[in-house]
Design a protein around this ligand. Structure first.
Ligand code: F2R
Ligand code: MG
Ligand code: MG
Ligand code: MG
Length: 311
């Protein structure tokens, strides 16, 4: 049966956290097998998350507090407040595996530097890292339509990432997640439902080429290594967001398979698996996630809370 809105909201947040936690222990490792990942899924003890889930929770809380009367359009993200909230989360737990550039930005913000200045301190043209995309998924629940989701995504990412490719990555991930939320989970997933709106929201030749490749590979039997070679699997936004989308599209209705594919593709495994998990969870819902692994997630209580708020 088609999952309810709240089941999809939970699926989105728990799918993201599950991908992050499972992917984290395989970051940068070669030759990871399906059996290695299955072992990680079935182990005991808490599953701890990284910066991906930590900052997703910050954005989810930010959006949840801005629901109601002022929930339409630009009011959903207050950039000055969000920049401070993200930097405070880093300051409280700097050991969660943050990128080098964003670490400097967050330190400067906590010291009082305006965010627009702080985010160009390390990279004058801005970071093209995937940090804006990795945390953006809750925006898919806050925006009413594709246009609004794209605008909220851009605003949520620009407080750390000034480079156009980082913003494109956040828009792509948020819009794709919004589309996944709206699809009937009992029907086949068609790539043609994703590519035209993504092309419309992300106006860049580089990204249009990536979408064309994703569409081609979604109907093929490429293995994770081949997918990574074709699309990239690194910490840049264009080198990771398309791979996450492909991981989801290749495994409709099977969130765990999407996450495993993302991890076996190697490279930035926590982030690609987190983004694939958000897409797959938004589409299939919480009940489709593995109960044992989900019960071990460190942030379980807050994930439930924000899913209910944002649904
Ligand atoms: N950083 C990691 N993983 C590697 C380190 C793990 C750590 N040592 C540990 O185990 O504790 N993971 C997390 O970072 C990614 C998100 O990054 P974000 O938030 O975008 O950060 P940043 O620093 O802005 O960008 C990441 C790197 O990309 C390169 N880069 C970006 N823009 C650049 C530019 N304009 N010119 C040159 N290089 C640029 C830099 O190497 C940045 O450090 C996620 O994977 C998350 O899980
Ligand atoms: Mg991480
Ligand atoms: Mg970031
Ligand atoms: Mg990562």
């Amino acid at each position: 049966t088609d999952p309810t809105r709240v089941d999809r909201a939970r699926g989105l947040l728990f799918g993201l956290a599950l991908g992050d936690c499972l992917g984290a222990s395989f970051e940068g490792k070669d030759g990871v097998t399906e059996a290695d990942i299955v072992r990680a899924e079935h182990a005991t003890g808490p599953l701890s998350h990284t910066d991906d889930t930590a900052l997703t929770l910050v954005l989810a809380r930010h959006l949840a507090h801005r629901r109601g009367a002022s929930n339409r359009g630009r009011d959903g993200v207050d950039t000055d407040v969000l920049a401070r909230e993200l930097a405070e989360a880093w300051e409280a737990e700097p050991w969660r595996g943050y990128g080098g550039g964003v670490t400097t930005s967050f330190r400067l913000i906590t010291e009082g530097t305006p965010w627009r200045e702080a985010i160009r301190a390390v990279f004058p043209d801005g970071s093209y890292g995937n940090g804006g995309a990795m945390r953006v998924a809750p925006v898919a629940l806050a925006g009413g339509d594709v246009r609004e989701v794209a605008e909220l995504a851009r605003r949520s990412a620009e407080v750390t990432h000034a480079h156009a490719d980082a913003l494109h990555g956040a828009v792509c991930q948020a819009v794709a997640t919004h589309l996944a939320l709206g699809l009937d989970a009992t029907e086949p997933v068609r790539v043609a439902r994703f590519v035209p709106p993504l092309r419309e929201c992300v106006r860049s030749a580089l990204w249009h080429d990536k979408f064309a490749l994703v569409a081609e590979l979604a109907d093929s039997d490429v293995d994770p290594g081949q997918a990574a070679a074709a699309l990239g699997n690194d910490v840049s936004a264009p080198g990771s967001v398309p791979l996450a989308l492909l991981s989801f599209l290749r495994h409709p209705g099977r969130p765990v398979a999407a996450i495993r594919f993302a991890i076996r593709a190697g490279g930035d495994t926590d982030t690609v698996a987190a983004m694939a998990g958000a897409l797959a969870g938004a589409h299939s819902g919480y009940a489709a996630l593995p109960a044992h692994a989900v019960s071990r997630l460190e942030a379980s209580r807050h994930l439930h809370l924000y899913a209910e708020h944002l649904a």
